[in-house]
Design a binder for this molecule. Structure first.
Ligand SMILES: O=P(O)(O)OC[C@H]1O[C@H](OP(=O)(O)OP(=O)(O)O)[C@H](O)[C@@H]1O
Ligand SMILES: Nc1nc2[nH]cnc2c(=O)[nH]1
Length: 180
């Protein structure tokens, strides 16, 4: 069933059970690859909070978690172009194995900004986990994206952490903009 958020309609796109299934598989992959390490998961607020929470429940290697808050999209469905760091990484990550957790990689602007910041802190390694990836929208160089939930077309999506005008983050499923 379609939903309305403020002035826009959205149609069902990715159901929660499919998100769960993909998240479980990414967790299994991480468990295998980090068996003998203690990675630090860095969730990118706000959007990643749901994926981060569900992914962490699938990870059974010893690990730490922290968050960073960046913002590039304000009040709408288009990028403002500017990135601000509203909350910086509150731990020493030198020589640590980092896994960045994103809800979505669209143009890659946010991630390329964050990668520069994190590299400067001299971690041992950096990998990237994102629930959604828009390959056709990617214009910034972000290197390899190691764990991808779903590759999607260049449509605006909401739900499961992702917002439209601050709303819709609490939706269990993911919806996409309905164009009629
Ligand atoms: O690849 P990009 O084009 O940079 O887009 C992806 C970013 O946009 C969203 O964050 P946003 O800045 O909207 O903040 P939010 O997580 O608080 O919603 C999303 O959570 C990613 O971090
Ligand atoms: N909510 C939302 N935020 C985004 N940030 C970058 N792309 C998107 C998108 O499709 N939806």
């Amino acid at each position: 069933m379609n939903i309305t958020i403020n002035d826009k309609d959205f149609e069902p796109f990715i159901e929660h059970h499919l998100i769960e299934k993909r998240t479980r598989l990414i967790g299994i992959q991480i468990n295998l690859e980090y068996e003998k390490r203690v990675p630090v998961f860095i969730g990118v607020l706000n959007g990643s909070f749901m994926f981060m929470a569900d992914l962490m429940k699938e990870v059974n290697v010893s690990c730490e978690t922290t968050f960073v808050k960046l913002a590039s999209y304000h009040g709408g469905t288009a990028s403002s172009g500017n990135i601000t760091e509203e909350l910086s990484i509150a731990m020493n990550i030198k020589n640590r194995d980092i896994i960045i957790v994103e809800d979505i990689i669209d143009t890659g602007r946010t991630l390329s900004f964050l990668l520069e910041k994190i590299k400067a802190l001299e971690p041992a390694s950096i990998k990237i986990a994102t629930l959604l990836l828009k390959p056709d929208a990617l214009t910034f160089d972000v290197g390899e994206i190691d764990y991808v939930g779903f590759e999607i077309a260049n449509d605006f999506v909401v739900g499961y952490g992702l917002d439209y005008d601050g709303l819709g983050r609490n939706l269990k499923d993911i919806y996409r903009l309905y164009v009629g």
